[in-house]
Design a protein around this ligand. Structure first.
Ligand SMILES: *[C@@H]1O[C@H](CO)[C@@H](O)[C@H](O)[C@H]1NC(C)=O
Ligand SMILES: *[C@@H]1O[C@H](CO)[C@@H](O)[C@H](O)[C@H]1NC(C)=O
Ligand SMILES: *[C@@H]1O[C@H](CO)[C@@H](O)[C@H](O)[C@H]1NC(C)=O
Ligand SMILES: *[C@@H]1O[C@H](CO)[C@@H](O)[C@H](O)[C@H]1NC(C)=O
Ligand SMILES: *[C@@H]1O[C@H](CO)[C@@H](O)[C@H](O)[C@H]1NC(C)=O
Ligand SMILES: *[C@@H]1O[C@H](CO)[C@@H](O)[C@H](O)[C@H]1NC(C)=O
Ligand SMILES: *[C@@H]1O[C@H](CO)[C@@H](O)[C@H](O)[C@H]1NC(C)=O
Ligand SMILES: *[C@@H]1O[C@H](CO)[C@@H](O)[C@H](O)[C@H]1NC(C)=O
Ligand SMILES: *[C@@H]1O[C@H](CO)[C@@H](O)[C@H](O)[C@H]1NC(C)=O
Ligand SMILES: *[C@@H]1O[C@H](CO)[C@@H](O)[C@H](O)[C@H]1NC(C)=O
Ligand SMILES: *[C@@H]1O[C@H](CO)[C@@H](O)[C@H](O)[C@H]1NC(C)=O
Ligand SMILES: *[C@@H]1O[C@H](CO)[C@@H](O)[C@H](O)[C@H]1NC(C)=O
Ligand SMILES: [Cu+2]
Length: 562
């Protein structure tokens, strides 16, 4: 512990984020990690508070693996909260037991207990991340997952000189769980965060932040790989570096066609790898992150900064400010997302399903439920196809695997009960919703097309949707109502971006396709914690295939009891 504390204190203004390449053996290996969930006092913005951490670190430790490795993470819970950890973006083939969302694939790890997540990293390489998947604990319980390509397999872009992880987050000065409780009791959104952070640090635009600024040292002329992760709870973020263009080469652990941009847009749950060339005059340059929000809703609009620091430049040199798009720049968001394309090379083909077995159309909406004790006599809820998801009390995967009746139903509708002008004038009537633990059953290895349609029930808003257990192809997106007779003709079925989390644009729609070849129960939800909490989620039950290697694996012996 003493050494961990020291490490923590050494993470000061001068800390260098640069990490050299690790050396790996040629063979697939087993990588073991111990994650002790423990409370630690941490101070930011002149406020000290106890936070839940992994091994006393904030952000938590990075998991370094190579494609093909087996990973064992023994999570031991020393905190008062029940806990589960999600390995965001790992496909967990037949192995939902290691996926992590509480009450979906497992019951939580109770205080004083341990559970070992045991999974193989197969057919994926790039940047992913892990985070707590219960309550809002991921506010402080998160870290990076770096998957190096197999030994002898280079990146499909020039080998960078160095690399670093850039994890964007949100910080509250008070206990996040208390903030959420207060909001829920009033039936309103909880207070927004007090700061954004880069690698856990808000940067010098905030008070008491001299020690809480992340700096990355670079050598002039060299190229670096930045593995950027949005771990924020509720904010889509722009990110830029003053005076330096970013070349996007990968998102959500899938290579993309490289393109150069001054800013990126990254939604909660997403990752983006960029190459940065240190081509400027030696100096200090701000990295900056601030939300994208194109509707008049409360948002923490404060800017987190970190520093790109050329070697040999003293800390007394004032850093140059970074330019970010205006926070309401919807046009930037649309055009940026349209630039994202799969690499689609012979080695990394985009296997887009061309024929669709099952077409799903889900509306995203807000509503109000009666709540006599709430401020307005109502509380805000959110729904898919007018169904607000009700959390079960035992894991859905157990209920599926052991055929336990009465836990969930498989009658989630394939389309909204009553079609309407989804993105027309704001709808403030008919704001009631149905509640239930209703899932959709999907045949093994069938191809699915899902159109997520935002609505103007109370307000339009952008929602980043995350599907567990799969990557999907984003074949189309636009503003307005999806037109099933015209829009499919415009789908990109050649090189659409492949990812695990996609933004449904404000007042628009997004169409995704995937092949349901991973049996199990897979959560699908808005990755804004606020909306997930209000019920903006459901799950797919993907049936077993006929082969003995196409069934859900038996549960591990130490799976937490309910
Ligand atoms: C953490 O901080 C709180 C409030 O400042 C204090 O009461 C508590 O003793 C501290 N705990 C530790 C382990 O330092
Ligand atoms: C996990 O860690 C805990 C605490 O260190 C230990 O008691 C337990 O034996 C470990 N479990 C495994 C499977 O190694
Ligand atoms: C943790 O889970 C157990 C079993 O479901 C439950 O009895 C207990 O109340 C939970 N603890 C907390 C702090 O929620
Ligand atoms: C991981 O791969 C090994 C070796 O192929 C296999 O024995 C093991 O069952 C796999 N584990 C999971 C959870 O799929
Ligand atoms: C929100 O913040 C304000 C001022 O910072 C505080 O007075 C209020 O109690 C907070 N409300 C909630 C619901 O946390
Ligand atoms: C950076 O990008 C801008 C616009 O995309 C371009 O005009 C400029 O030439 C680029 N700068 C460098 C040094 O590549
Ligand atoms: C941020 O939001 C606050 C409160 O809504 C507002 O007063 C302020 O002008 C905003 N700042 C910026 C830079 O948009
Ligand atoms: C963005 O907000 C500014 C004021 O803050 C406003 O002038 C501008 O019209 C808005 N742009 C869009 C595209 O809504
Ligand atoms: C109660 O509802 C009214 C009308 O929708 C709204 O203007 C007001 O802000 C709400 N009150 C609170 C405390 O949110
Ligand atoms: C939907 O609403 C929009 C905005 O109010 C309107 O322009 C459009 O004509 C409506 N569409 C239909 C089919 O009614
Ligand atoms: C949702 O369901 C509720 C309850 O049945 C109903 O009152 C409401 O009109 C429905 N809303 C929509 C948009 O279908
Ligand atoms: C799924 O179907 C495709 C297309 O028919 C086929 O190529 C593939 O082998 C099937 N996969 C499995 C696991 O059955
Ligand atoms: Cu949402």
């Amino acid at each position: 512990m003493a050494s961990l504390d020291k490490t923590f204190q050494r993470l000061t203004f001068l800390f260098l984020g640069f990490l050299g390449f690790f050396s790996f053996s040629a063979e697939a290996a087993t990588k073991q990690y111990q994650f002790d969930i423990q409370v630690k006092n941490v101070s930011r913005l002149c406020h000290a508070k106890p936070i839940v951490t992994v091994n006393g670190r904030f952000p938590g430790p990075t998991i370094y693996v190579r494609e093909g490795d087996r990973v064992l993470v023994n999570v031991t819970n020393h905190a008062k909260y029940n806990m589960s950890i999600h390995w965001h973006g790992l496909k967990q083939y037949r192995n939902g037991w290691a996926d992590g969302p509480a009450y979906i694939t497992q019951c939580p790890i109770q205080t004083g207990s341990s559970y070992t997540y045991d999974f193989n990293v197969t057919g994926q390489r790039g940047t992913l991340w892990w985070h707590a998947h219960i309550l809002w604990l991921r506010a402080t319980v998160y870290g990076a997952i770096v998957i190096m390509p197999k030994q002898g397999t280079p990146f499909p872009f020039p080998q960078p000189y160095g690399e670093t992880e850039i994890i964007l987050g949100e910080w509250w000065n008070v206990d996040v769980e208390e903030v959420v409780k207060k909001g829920n009791n009033m039936g309103l959104p909880p207070n927004t965060s007090d700061a954004h952070t880069i690698n856990g640090k808000p940067g010098p635009l905030f008070p008491c932040s001299e020690k809480h600024t992340f700096a990355m040292e670079v050598e002039q002329g060299k190229t670096y790989l930045l593995r950027i992760i949005n771990a924020a709870l509720n904010d889509e973020l722009f990110f830029a570096i003053a005076g330096h263009n970013l070349t996007v080469v990968e998102v959500d652990a899938v290579y993309t066609k490289p393109f150069t941009t001054q800013s990126i847009l990254i939604a909660p749950g997403q990752t983006t790898n960029v190459l940065v060339q240190a081509y400027q005059a030696p100096g200090r340059y701000f990295m900056a992150a601030r939300p994208f929000m194109d509707v008049p809703l409360a948002v923490d609009n404060k800017t987190a900064t970190a520093i790109l620091q050329y070697r040999g430049i003293p800390n007394t040199v004032l850093p140059l400010l970074a330019q970010l798009p205006a926070s309401n720049d919807s046009a930037f968001a649309l055009s940026y997302n349209k630039k994202l394309r799969s690499l689609n090379s012979p080695r990394f083909p985009a296997n887009v399903p061309l024929k669709v077995d099952r077409k799903l159309f889900y509306t995203v909406g807000f509503g109000k439920d009666s709540c006599p004790t709430c401020v307005n006599g109502t509380r805000l809820v959110a729904s898919l196809n007018n169904i607000s998801f009700e959390m079960p009390h035992i894991g859905l995967l157990q209920a599926h695997y052991f055929n336990i009746k009465g836990v969930f139903r498989t009658d989630f509708p394939d389309r909204p009960p009553t079609p309407f002008n989804y993105t027309g004038a704001p709808l403030t009537a008919s704001l009631g919703t149905l509640t239930g633990t209703r899932l959709s059953k999907i045949a093994f290895n069938s191809t699915v097309e899902l159109v997520l349609q935002d609505t103007n029930l109370l307000t339009v808003e952008s929602h980043p949707f995350h599907l567990h257990g799969y990557n999907f192809f984003v074949v189309g997106t636009d503003i307005g109502n999806f037109n099933p007779s015209k829009d499919p003709a415009k789908f990109n079925l050649v090189d659409p971006v492949e990812r695990n989390t996609v933004g449904v644009p404000t007042g628009g729609w997004t169409a995704i396709r995937f092949r349901a070849d991973n049996p199990g129960v897979w959560f699908m939800h808005c990755h804004l914690e606020l909306h997930t909490g209000w019920g903006l989620k459901t799950a797919f039950v993907v049936e077993d295939g006929p082969g003995s290697d196409q069934t859900v694996l038996p549960p591990p012996k130490d799976l937490p009891p309910c």
